[in-house]
Every structure is written in structure tokens, then in C-alpha cells.
Design a protein around this ligand. Structure first.
Ligand code: C5P
Length: 233
């Protein structure tokens, strides 16, 4: 059984308001993207890695040089991403087509999540159902649905609400078909599980740590540096 890491890194990170896409910001002496890729490689070294990059990306060569120095053995392929995250993931899966078997497992992980926990990944690998699964955590906060005037329309019942994280892990062919179908039908997808759901399937929710944060806003960088410094394995 083969495993693949698919890392969508073609976003421009608008909410970060930086001079470059957020995956190329510095985090603990490395670019965020290099930190995430090295973590993926460290935790599942037998998995080959495919990265989706923005067509106008001019920061990747420096990041690649950083990776070659830190992990010369890292087996990494790159392809061009698309307009939305789901397009980027599908582009990476299309690129993989000559290499991957239908039943191979694909682990899709955000370039912007550098703090993946070793025990979380192990749990995902053990607990994903044959359909697949994703790291997620039960909601701690109360969720409000808003009106257009930014008043509260209603309070959602949080007992059944989970926050989706990554990695999200699915068999290669099932994920590729689900993404193709959902995108062709015009579905809005913000993660991989929603493509499977769109096909009527129920991916397994696997408990993950809340500190597997996605770097989105400037203040997230300091928090991620702190979390990385605490990491034991
Ligand atoms: O923008 P957001 O934080 O949701 O992006 C999540 C991940 O998806 C990031 O790693 C980002 O680079 C990637 N992405 C992508 N292609 C896009 C948009 C986002 O690969 N068109």
C-alpha cells in the first residue's frame, strides 16, 4: 500500500496582508512551507510528496534549496495549482495519475499547518474508515449564525459540530472522482471531506489536537513558533 502527501500551496494568503504568500513567511528560522513539508516527511517518510504551487510563484526556488539542504533524500514533485484550494488538490491528483494506484492513500495537508502532531497522524492512519477520514476537533465555542446586518439569527447546536483540520486521508481514485464530480457540479469545497460528502459518503472524524493551527492571520505566527518549540517528537 502506497501513501502520498498532497500539499496545496498555491494560495496567496490574502488575510495575512504580507509582502509574499503566507507559506513563504519565516517561521522559527525556516519558511513556513519548508517547516510543514519537513514535518510531513519526518512523520511519514515512506510517502512521496506532491506540491501544488501558484503559476506566478517566485519564492519556491529558494524554499526548494532550503529543503535540499535540510533533507536531500526528500522525494518531491511539483505541479501548478488552480484558482481555489480544491482545484489545486485536483491538479496534484491529476499530476499523480501515472504514478498512483486507485487504492493508494492520499493525505492532503495544508501548507499552512506546520504543527502536525505525531500521535494525531498515527491515530488518523489507524482510525480512518475504508472511505477515509480527517483530523478534526469537537467545537469548544458557541457558534452564532449571523444575519446580513451582523446580528444573531440563531445559535447552532454545537454538540454535533466539529472543526475540520488536516491531514485528510482518502483513497486516491475515490478522492479524485469525488473532486471532479463536485467541482463539475459547481459545489463550493473548502476541504476534501466535503467532496466525498457531496457523493453521499461519510468520512470518519478522527480526534486531533486543537493546536494543529492553520496560519491565517499575523498573530498566528508567534503562536506557531511557540507550539513548535514545545514539540517533543
Ligand atoms: O486560504 P486557506 O488558508 O484556506 O488555504 C489553505 C491551503 O490551501 C493553503 O496551504 C493554500 O496555499 C492552499 N491553496 C491552494 N490553492 C488555492 C488556494 C489555497 O493550494 N487556490
Amino acid at each position: 500500500m502506497n501513501y502520498w502527501w498532497v500539499v496545496p500551496a498555491a494560495g496567496i494568503g490574502q488575510r495575512m496582508q504580507a509582502d509574499r504568500p503566507k507559506q513563504y513567511l519565516e517561521l522559527a528560522g525556516r519558511t513556513l512551507l519548508a517547516t510543514t513539508l519537513l514535518r510531513c516527511h519526518q512523520l511519514l517518510p515512506q510517502a512521496r510528496l506532491v506540491l501544488a504551487l501558484h503559476p506566478d510563484d517566485r519564492w519556491w526556488p529558494a524554499c526548494r534549496a532550503e529543503l535540499e539542504q535540510a533533507a536531500p533524500e526528500l522525494d518531491l514533485m511539483t505541479t501548478q495549482g488552480g484558482a481555489e484550494r480544491a482545484d489545486s488538490v485536483l491538479a496534484a491528483l491529476d499530476y499523480l495519475q501515472p504514478h498512483a494506484a486507485a487504492e493508494d492513500w492520499v493525505l492532503v495537508h495544508d501548507a499552512a499547518r506546520p504543527c502536525l502532531d505525531a500521535a494525531d497522524l498515527k491515530r488518523l492512519l489507524q482510525q480512518a474508515s475504508p472511505i477515509g477520514g480527517l483530523l478534526a476537533c469537537p467545537l469548544a465555542d458557541t457558534l452564532k449564525q449571523a444575519t446580513a446586518q451582523q446580528t444573531v439569527a440563531r445559535t447552532l447546536d454545537r454538540r454535533h459540530l466539529w472543526q475540520a483540520l488536516t491531514p485528510q486521508m482518502f483513497p486516491y481514485q475515490a478522492l479524485r472522482c469525488a473532486l471532479q464530480r463536485a467541482l463539475a457540479a459547481g459545489a463550493t469545497l473548502t476541504d476534501e471531506a466535503s467532496a466525498l460528502e457531496w457523493s453521499g459518503l461519510e468520512p470518519q472524524l478522527v480526534i486531533g489536537r486543537r493546536d494543529n493551527i492553520k496560519i491565517t492571520h499575523p498573530e498566528d505566527l508567534a503562536l506557531a513558533e511557540f507550539l513548535l518549540a514545545q514539540q517533543k517528537d
